[in-house]
Design a protein around this ligand. Structure first.
Ligand code: PSV
Ligand code: MN
Length: 388
């Protein structure tokens, strides 16, 4: 049987990072439905993220996206975060929204554009220095729409050169998180389409380059937990970008579309020792809340990850290994399903109460009146938006 003291300790120690862009307006290419009380700048986004931590107790880190979160003084922003009881986490480089990047950023056929993109990535490492963050997250929208449009091998060469330059700039404790995505915005070929490509580039770069698994970035039916188990075993699972998908890169709340998949992923994380902070897996959310209120949406997402983690921790590893060794197909599957079918909400409520938190974080947030306060206070200015 799992050791309940260890299960509780692991849940207390888990940390989940929320994305600054989840707090601003977002939508689809068809419509952005603006909400009230939206942050007008990165300082207010951090204040919102601090609310998520205040009610969950496990989300004290906020990822930034540059230039969406550009400020004059990043050390001041980091100080502001500390004053709100949180800290700045991964710095996401954005080389996908400038006109120059129409044909790619680091793989662009034009050397001038490649230089510009690499300079931005290097500037993001400067931000790591200023905020004391460890991870720069690189996602490239680079790819082509039509066969023949670009030379795949040449573009891989450009990508490798860019990554090597960024890698060389990293400090001793800094890392590259290399994120992959099957398609979109490029529809024929993407330059980092899958975990294998990301992993191969990371291997070439060195130990400070690790893979970020965005759960929305796979073909339907992909066995994401296999990828997680493989990368963890090889010491190259750097991070998750958690979200849910029904169809493509839907960016819905993690655990909403397929809580069983999230459990299977977390089972591999637990099995592979990935909950140990020393292993360095960064559990991030990468989501947009297009129609639901954002702070409670983030709170719900955090608790969804906690629930999946709790269930994964409840897997009777010994019984599972015994059944697997004995070739007991049904028995092994039953061990896993028993854990998945456990209602862990009472346990999580208890843990929250032990920490002086309300047992139901979403209800407590609504009762706090914070939503009404920001709606009343944040009048005027330009609401932050995905891409602004
Ligand atoms: C790309 O779809 C992505 O997952 C990358 O992580 C970006 O930085 C992020 O979404 C922006 O929302
Ligand atoms: Mn992502």
């Amino acid at each position: 049987m799992p050791d309940h003291t260890m299960v509780r300790a692991a849940l207390r120690a888990q940390r989940i990072e929320t994305p600054s862009w989840a707090y601003g307006n977002s939508g689809t290419r068809f419509k952005v439905f603006a909400q009230e009380g939206v942050p007008r700048d990165p300082f207010e986004k951090i204040a919102d993220a601090a609310q998520v931590h205040a009610f969950t107790g496990v989300a004290p880190i906020v990822s930034l996206h540059i230039p969406w979160d550009r400020v004059e003084d990043y050390a001041e922003l980091a100080e502001h975060a500390r004053n709100h009881g949180v800290r700045i986490g991964a710095i996401n480089a954005n080389v996908f929204q400038d006109d120059d990047y129409m044909l790619g950023s680091v793989t662009n056929p034009d050397a001038r554009v490649r230089r510009k993109a690499i300079d931005h990535l290097l500037a993001c490492v400067d931000v790591l220095d200023a905020t004391g963050s460890r991870d720069v997250k690189l996602w490239f929208s680079d790819g082509t729409n039509y066969p023949g449009q670009g030379d795949i091998a040449t573009r891989q060469g450009h990508l490798g050169e860019a990554l090597a330059e960024v890698y060389a700039r990293l400090g001793a404790d800094q890392r590259i998180l290399l994120e992959y995505k099957l398609f979109e915005p490029a529809f024929y070929m993407t330059d980092v389409p899958d975990w294998g490509t990301a992993y191969a580039h990371c291997l070439k770069l060195g130990p400070k380059a690790v893979v970020c698994v965005d759960t929305g970035h796979h073909a339907p039916g992909t066995n994401i937990e296999f990828i997680v188990a493989f990368l963890l075993r090889e010491g190259r699972l750097g991070a998750f970008d958690f979200n849910s998908r029904f169809y493509a890169d839907d960016d819905l709340m993690v655990g909403a579309a397929d809580p069983f998949q999230l459990f299977r992923i977390m089972h591999e994380v637990v099995r592979g020792g990935g909950l140990d902070p020393a292993v360095g897996v960064n559990f991030m959310l990468d989501q947009c809340h297009n129609i639901e209120p954002r702070i409670p949406g983030q709170i719900r997402s955090v608790t969804n990850v906690q629930e999946a983690t709790a269930k994964a921790l409840l897997v009777d590893a010994e019984a599972l290994a015994d059944a697997q060794r004995a070739g007991d197909v049904l028995g092994a599957n039953a061990v896993l399903m028993d854990a998945y079918n456990t209602d862990v909400r009472p346990l999580l409520k208890e843990l929250r109460e032990e920490q002086g938190l309300a047992p139901d974080p979403v209800a407590a947030y609504h009762a706090s009146g914070h939503g009404d306060r920001i709606r009343a206070e944040r009048v005027g200015g330009t609401p932050a938006g995905w891409g602004a």
